[in-house]
Design a protein around this ligand. Sequence first.
Ligand SMILES: C[S@@+](CC[C@H](N)C(=O)[O-])C[C@H]1O[C@@H](n2cnc3c(N)ncnc32)[C@H](O)[C@@H]1O
Length: 215
Amino acid sequence: MTSFLRPLAYRYRWIYDTVTAVSSLSVGGVERLRALGLEALQPRLEPRAEVLDLCCGSGEAAAPWLEAGFKVAGLDVSPLALSLAAQRHPAMERVEGLAEDPPLPDASFAAIQLSVALHEFPREERAQVLQQCLRLLKPGGWLVVVDLHPAGAWLRLPQQLFCALFETDTATAMLEDDLPAQLEQLGFTAVNQELLAGQALQRITASRPPSSEQP
Ligand SMILES: C[S@@+](CC[C@H](N)C(=O)[O-])C[C@H]1O[C@@H](n2cnc3c(N)ncnc32)[C@H](O)[C@@H]1O
C-alpha cells in the first residue's frame, strides 16, 4: 500500500528532489547522501575501476563516482530516469534493464552501488538482486548498499511518516529484516554495517569472495 504522493514524486522531478533534500538533512544534506557509497569504497578500489550504479535513477548518486574518475555504468528500469541521466550525467554509460536480471556479463565490475534502492524490492526479488550483484562483481570486488534502517527514538516518527507517504510495503518489510545477515547467507564476505542519520540509514559494505573462497 502507498499514498498518492509516491507516483507524483516519480512523475514530477521537483517533488522527488525536494523530498530527497529534506530526508537527507539528517545525514548532512543531499550531497553527502549521494557520496556515501564512494566514501566507503574509494580507498579499496583501483583508480578508474569499473563501477555499476544499480537502480541508478537519474544518476545523482553515480555523479560523485564519475567526478572521482571511475568508469561508471548505471542500470535502471525506467527510460524516463535514464533519459534524465543522459542530460545530467552524460559520462555515465546507461543500461536499461531489471536489477533482478541485468543484461550484463559476469564478473565485470570492481564495485556495485545500491543507493536507496534495495527497499523498492519485495523479499524474493531483493535476494535475486543481491545474487546478481555477486555474479556481476569480480572476485574480491565490493558491494555498497545505502538504505533505510529502523530509526532511533528521535527520528522514528518522521521515518514512519516518510514511509507512509512515499514508500511501499517493500520498504516496511526491509526495515524488519537483517540485511547484513542476508548478505552473509548469500555468500558475501567482510560484511560491515554502519548506522547513520540517527540510525535511520544503514551503509553496508560486503565483498565477493576471491575465487578460491567461492561458496
Ligand atoms: C529511490 S530511486 C533511487 C535512485 C538512485 N539510486 C539514487 O540514489 O538517487 C529507486 C530507483 O530504482 C529503480 N528501480 C525500481 N525497480 C527496479 C528494477 N526492478 N530494476 C531496475 N531498477 C529499478 C527506479 O526506477 C528508481 O530509479
